[in-house]
Design a protein around this ligand. Structure first.
Ligand code: NAD
Length: 479
């Protein structure tokens, strides 16, 4: 049985006393044990991070970048190993882990290593009175907390800008998916990352996570996860005046006009709905389709959803793997039952997928398409975070803008139209942090990423991440 240990001050610790079982979602069997860390381990990690901050914050950016490029290179040389581990730990297909999770994790380090080599600060001359310039300094020890859906991808999306900026950190991945974070610690050692710059403490949210969030020596918290957790976390941080970045849930509209590139819209909508079993915060889980092509869309979309192979995540034919946990699978199935009660028609799927042999107890759910449901129903309003989409007709541009904005979330949206002016008009009217026109999940790490409403606070990516992890002091020099 794989047994993880915390990574504190550059060493794998041996202090752990209690452990949490970690399941392989495709088999439903325990295969690893995760330290159930408490405040004590978090305190040790903070001490190590504090010590490391003294030197790392003053280390030249060229040296920090060099180490980060090395981390990326080592990770790349182990891409297959990491992809296999991520797939086993999370239930996602090996193909997805190989093509999305791990490449993006590598790119996170490369991107921010490059970014700090090219950063410039402005100085402004104020008539003949003064010169102003900005002194940028790393803020200290960051608490980094990440979810289970894109484990290494989202953890490194925080660690990379944090250490690039000269901060040190105490990070905690989800207790459901800790294995690749543990493997990454070895990469840090091999790359020569000084001890204590990154400390990883494993464990549960309300215990280890809460200890990080409440720690008085951690002035900034970057969190990605559910909206309910984000709210709790913010309640702890606000009275302590902590700087907070919250990347939370979504219920993203996928708006398809009659003048779209139909085939591309259908194919991309399949990916937007079912990639990673629908367990991506950016998934297009509310499809809003113009009435004139509503039937044509369903005739093309539903058979494609039905044909998606659900099964062994390692099999290259598989497109939909296992959901993260039994509890989450049950939640997704409850939403499907609720849809029926709300008058919904299940066009395809709607059930747990029972597989044979070693996958008999795996947490598989069939890709499910639901129609005939009011946009105000719970199923169309709440984040299901599984392979489930609702499809709704609309007639006018004005109507669809209202439908899309009728959500407490505001993370992302896709708009499909070959009419550039319309696409732009709609994109500019949707209350979200990111709109994709004629595409989905095309990510440029330079641009701001984040949500509005209950999808979060703050922006990450490029200079936005740098602004989060650093303090900017204005210095005014009089003539
Ligand atoms: P979650 O909120 O349950 O957990 C996220 C992390 O927070 C985990 O590491 C967990 O251990 C920790 N945590 C839980 N309670 C805590 C507490 N009281 N104090 C401190 N830490 C705590 O979320 P999840 O179920 O792991 O992830 C799914 C959610 O994440 C979905 O809502 C999804 O939309 C969201 N998400 C958002 C983005 C984004 O970029 N906006 C990206 C991915 C996932």
């Amino acid at each position: 049985m794989l047994k993880l240990s915390n990574f504190i001050g550059g060493e794998f610790s041996s202090l752990e006393e209690t452990y949490i079982d970690s399941y392989d979602p495709s088999t439903g069997k325990v295969y690893a044990q995760i330290p159930d860390s408490s405040e004590h381990e978090v305190n040790l990690a903070v001490e190590a991070a504090q010590k490391a901050f003294q030197t790392w914050s003053k280390t030249p950016s060229s040296t920090r970048a060099q180490i980060m490029y090395k981390i990326a290179d080592i990770l790349e040389s182990k891409l297959d190993e990491f992809a296999k581990a991520e797939s086993k730990d999370q239930g996602k297909t090996l193909e997805f882990a190989k093509n999305v999770d791990i490449p993006r994790s590598i790119y996170n380090f490369r991107y921010f290593a490059g970014h700090i080599l090219h950063m410039e600060e402005k100085a402004t001359v104020m008539d003949n009175i003064a010169l102003n310039y900005v002194q940028r300094s790393p803020l200290g020890i960051a608490g980094l907390i990440s979810p289970w859906n894109l484990p290494l991808y989202l953890l490194t999306w925080k660690i990379a800008p944090c250490i690039a900026a000269g901060c040190t950190c105490v990070a905690k991945p989800s207790e459901f998916t800790s294995v690749t974070a543990y493997m990454l610690c070895d990469v840090f050692k091999q790359a020569g990352l000084p001890e204590g710059v990154v400390n990883i403490v494993f464990g549960k949210g309300p215990k280890a996570g809460q200890a990080i969030v409440a720690h008085p020596k951690i002035p900034l918290i970057s969190f990605t996860g559910g909206t309910v957790t984000g709210k709790k976390l913010n309640e702890t941080c606000a009275p302590l005046f902590k700087k907070v970045s919250l990347e939370l849930g979504g219920k993203n509209a996928n708006i398809i006009f009659e003048d779209c590139d139909f085939e591309k819209a259908v194919d991309t909508s399949i990916s937007a709905a079912f990639s990673n079993q629908g367990e991506i915060c950016l998934c297009g889980s509310r499809i809003l389709i113009q009435k004139s092509i509503y039937n044509k869309f369903l005739e093309a979309f539903v058979p494609k959803a039905r044909q998606l192979v659900v099964g062994d995540p390692r099999d290259p034919k598989t497109k939909v793997g296992a959901l993260i946990s039994k509890q989450h699978m049950e939640k997704v199935l409850e939403y499907i039952e609720l849809a029926k009660q709300e008058g919904g028609v299940i066009e395809c799927g709607g059930k747990r997928k029972q597989l044979d042999g070693e996958f008999n107890d795996g947490y598989f759910v069939e890709p499910t398409v639901i129609t005939n449901i009011k946009p105000s129903c719970r199923v169309a309003q709440e984040e299901i975070f599984g392979p489930v989409v609702t499809v709704h007709p609309f007639e006018t541009e004005e109507e669809v803008i209202n439908l899309a904005n009728n959500s407490r979330y505001g993370l992302s949206c896709s708009v499909w139209s070959e009419n550039g002016r319309r696409a732009r008009r709609v994109a500019e009217s949707i209350e979200v942090g990111y709109v994709w026109v004629n595409c989905w999940m095309v990510r440029d790490l330079k641009v701001p990423f984040g949500g509005v409403k209950e999808s979060g606070i703050g922006r990450e990516g490029g200079e936005y991440s740098m602004n989060f992890f650093t303090d900017q002091k204005s210095i005014c020099l009089a003539n």
